[in-house]
Write a protein that binds this ligand. Structure first.
Ligand code: NAI
Ligand code: MG
Length: 378
């Protein structure tokens, strides 16, 4: 029986609530599919920061490196200056562990309400590959004459050939596993320097993947194509900031922030990958039991797929989707049960829910791990 050593960081706000629900599902999956988990609960986030001033520390870096994967809830708290935790912890981990790819599936599951009139699941099944360590997120820049009428703020975007190439290469391989189509999303007509580097990289690598059809869409145009014609896309590769924005749009299309999942993948197995719902700490609903845990549960399933537990991952996805479609609403009191109740219902339906139709991102992750294009930490 395999044992997966997983570090769990519940964090702030609704983070601990959705993680709690996810751990119940994880434990049930282990029983049903014959694996065990060795969990390390990590105290990090606003509470710890306010007590000790600690964010991402060398000791935590070392401790987490000894794990196969990291499950992450959310961070952010009204009592902490915006950005301190997000930059000081989440971005620090993504960079320290070289989690180069932020993989975000945009799949409309059958029976799930979407705000886009007459959108069907068959038409909405894509994955967005967001570069996760560079771009505007490196935090380079400076301000002169701060706080005066003459203030000048310069914010830079850093794009390295190596950093871009590794996510583009991953995206080509992913497209090969899927429907064979890769779209670069950028703003190369205006951001000439970065845009040229991205487009050159795609053009150069395309030679190695003649079976993948390549196209290009500006990020503003993506904002109208994605809601009305998602069937245009199979794998979309984009930079860190554009990816942040278009994946929130993707989440809305597939049923809201409570439903959307993500993986932060280290591609070479040199450090653990990290899995998290794409929502934040939602302080407006924290403590009420109103958070939808499905995004966190699906992220947990992605973690298992990455660690080689494909069957368990597919079963969790199927159960989560089945529970989701039965809920009267997708968040808040409209869900008809609380966060923990949704988690327990998913655990109960493991192995009983009908399989999800179409290509599953769980298959994508399991195949990438096997092929070594996103190897798990061992
Ligand atoms: P948010 O995602 O926390 O919330 C946005 C809205 O969606 C809120 O109205 C919230 O109630 C709702 N919502 C979010 N997740 C939900 C769920 N699972 N079920 C039901 N409703 C849900 O984004 P917001 O409000 O911009 O940020 C709150 C804090 O979280 C900030 O400190 C922000 O920096 C941080 N944040 C952290 C992230 C992370 O930990 N990776 C990602 C995004 C934001
Ligand atoms: Mg975001």
């Amino acid at each position: 029986m395999s044992t997966h050593k997983i570090a769990v960081i519940p964090g702030d706000g609704i983070g601990p609530e959705v993680i709690d629900a996810s751990l119940g599902v994880l434990e049930a999956a282990g029983r049903a599919f014959g694996f065990t988990t060795d969990l390390t609960m990590i105290d990090a986030g606003a509470g710890r920061y306010l007590r000790t001033g600690e964010l991402w520390t060398a000791a935590l870096d070392e401790q987490l490196r000894g794990h196969d994967a990291v499950l992450f809830g959310a961070m952010g708290d009204p009592a902490v200056t915006p950005g301190v935790l997000e930059r000081g912890f989440i971005l620090a981990m993504r960079t320290a562990f070289q989690q180069a790819v932020n993989l975000r599936p945009v799949k409309l599951y059958p029976g799930v309400a979407t705000p886009i009139a007459d959108l069907t699941p068959e038409r909405c099944d894509l994955v967005i590959v967001r570069e996760n360590t560079e771009g505007a997120y490196v935090g380079r820049g400076s301000t002169v004459h701060a706080g005066t009428p003459h203030a000048v703020a310069v914010q830079e975007s850093v794009n390295t050939r190596q950093g871009v190439e590794r996510v583009v290469d991953y995206s080509f391989r992913l497209a090969q596993q899927r429907r064979g189509k890769l779209t670069l999303c950028h703003k190369k007509n205006i951001l000439i320097e970065a845009g040229t580097l991205w487009q050159d990289t795609v053009d150069d690598l395309a030679v190695r993947y003649p079976d993948v059809e390549v196209d290009y869409v500006h990020v503003d145009a993506m904002c109208f194509h994605l809601p009305v014609a998602p069937e245009r896309f199979d794998v979309v590769v984009t930079d860190n900031l554009f990816g942040d924005i278009i994946t929130d749009l993707g989440a809305v299309i597939q049923g809201g922030l409570g439903v959307a999942a993500s993986a932060n993948l280290n591609l070479d197995g040199s450090a653990p990958s990290m899995f998290e719902a794409i929502h934040g700490s939602a302080p407006d609903i924290a403590g009420k039991g109103w958070a939808n845990p499905v995004g966190a549960v699906l992220s947990t399933a992605m973690c298992l797929a990455h660690l080689g537990e494909r069957e368990a991952a597919l079963a969790i996805e199927a159960a989560a989707v089945n529970v989701l479609r039965g809920l009267p609403g997708l968040s808040g009191p409209a869900m008809g049960m609380d966060t923990g109740g949704v988690g327990r219902e998913i655990a109960e339906q493991l192995g009983q829910a009908p399989a999800v139709t179409g290509r599953s991102v769980m298959d994508d992750l399991a195949a990438s791990a096997m092929a070594g294009s996103a190897a798990p930490r061992r």
